[in-house]
Design a protein around this ligand. Structure first.
Ligand code: 3PY
Ligand code: MG
Length: 253
């Protein structure tokens, strides 16, 4: 019988740290190749990547066919898009720009079947249940969710402990690019004030009870971040890897 457990959530709960490659390209071929190249987790970016819902389903199939798992960053904390992404079988979600506990709770409710939330129900026919092949999907779906809220605005900084305490929020992921922008220092990832702010956010998240994740500052290595208690780091991106590799062999260097 078809059953699908959230392998990424299991890994994190058993204490393993994870890394993922961002997918901006919307290319099923590239994400499939990434898994075969040793990236079992692909972070499909629907916020800044090109893929919408109908392409994302092909990206998910490509990653899964190679034996990998996906996290999808949705464009916004939008209950309509969240339920559609869940119905195509995505269990691990990253939601940008969460600034308050109320917004975090709304995200959890949008992703959860009643009584925890108000996700619309079509479990008998959606891809998430194997089009009905898994009659237990509706009962288990809430437990298999991994919800990652991004902390990336000044307005969130005083609310981190409340956001991290929201039932159903598993991880808080720092977005230093948007955080620097909201501080009036866009592209200032080397700015001492941005570096200090990120360090303060790291401390607050670690004290909140939620897991800590993030996109590294240029001055830090992934190993340093894991040493500081990060559980998830996503640094490399498919189109950047391709561009840098292509530039090395380009005829006009
Ligand atoms: C940010 O830095 O703003 C992010 O969202 C992570 O890429
Ligand atoms: Mg961001």
């Amino acid at each position: 019988m078809f059953t699908k457990e959230n392998r990424i959530k299991r890994q994190l709960l058993t204490g393993a740290n994870i890394e993922a490659m961002w997918c901006q390209s919307a290319s099923p071929t590239i994400v499939e190749a990434a898994v075969y190249a040793g990236w079992p987790i692909v972070l499909i970016d629907n916020e800044h990547g090109f893929a919408g819902l109908e392409t994302t389903i092909h990206l998910v199939r490509a990653v899964e066919s190679a034996g990998g798992s996906v996290i999808v960053r949705v464009p916004w904390n939008d209950p309509v898009y969240l339920k559609q992404i869940l119905d195509i079988g995505v269990q691990s979600l990253m939601i940008p720009m969460i600034g308050t506990a109320r917004e975090a709770a709304a995200a959890v409710a949008a992703c959860s079947y009643p009584p925890r939330g108000w996700r619309g129900y079509a479990a008998g026919v959606v891809r998430a249940s194997g089009y009905g092949a898994d009659p237990g999907y509706g009962r288990r779906a809430n437990d298999e969710l991994l919800i990652i809220a991004q902390i990336e605005e000044v307005r969130a900084l005083d609310n981190i402990s409340e956001i991290g305490a929201v039932d159903g929020i598993d991880m808080l992921f720092i977005g230093p690019n948007d955080l620097s922008g909201s501080m009036g220092r866009l592209e200032g990832l080397d700015d001492p004030e941005v570096i200090t702010a990120v360090a303060e956010v790291e401390k607050k998240i670690s004290a909140s009870g939620a897991m800590l994740g993030g996109f590294p500052l240029p001055s830090t290595t992934n190993e340093e971040l894991f040493g500081k208690g990060y559980r998830f780091v996503a640094r490399h991106c498919d189109v950047w890897l391709f561009r840098t590799a292509a530039a090395k062999v380009a005829p006009s260097k």
